[in-house]
Design a protein around this ligand. Sequence first.
Ligand SMILES: [Zn+2]
Ligand SMILES: [Zn+2]
Length: 247
Amino acid sequence: MKLVLDCHVHTYASGHAYSTVKEYMDAAVEKGLALIGFSDHGPAMPGGPHPFHHGNQQVIPRHYKGVTLLRGAELNIIDFEGRIDLEERILKRLDYCIAGFHDVCLEPGNQAQNTETLIKVMQNPYVDILAHTGNPRWPIDRQAVIEAAAAAGKIIEINNSSFTNLGRKGSKDNCYQIAELACRHNVRMIASSDCHIAFDLGKFDYAAKLFKEVGVPETLIMNTEASKWLGYLSEKGKVKDLTERSV
Ligand SMILES: [Zn+2]
Ligand SMILES: [Zn+2]
């Protein structure tokens, strides 16, 4: 099973990442990916970009040497009411949004608080994907989160860097349990590299191993065809026009 798209990508604009849009575009071509999406951190991340950075992504071409390019964001959850750090006027310009907890934007709560917060975040129509939910720094009631994702039609990320990132040490077992629950409740998953440098784009070794070992059916994996992911977004009224600004 080939995973052909990566939508968790940080450019230099995120403040602690090291590659440019163009470097990622070329890396996507080199690696044979069909689609990538830029998901720089929301402005609450220390060193993160101004909201205008997210809002002006229409200048990025839609297609580059056979690779489709999407405009996204990794939103920070900034309180236990489930608020996120971009305003609606910016959110409505984006193709998709990932939302996640980051310790530098909010102190981790207890299991009940974190769970309730994620459930509230899932009520936000602009949020498509929940990021790195296996992070043990942010304990959650996995069953409750997956049931809410099923009800809200949200996608659970299997974040490849959670298996190696020291800041999310201990994620592995949680990720496996989350994927098993997601299978049981028919919740779709997306593998992501969460790359902060172009060399890591499309790196899915741990996520692919998880899909195989858990036995996740291809129907629940968004990365196998660009049309699957684009279909999900267009059902939500997103990515209306993929034709402009081709290069
Ligand atoms: Zn993150
Ligand atoms: Zn990220």
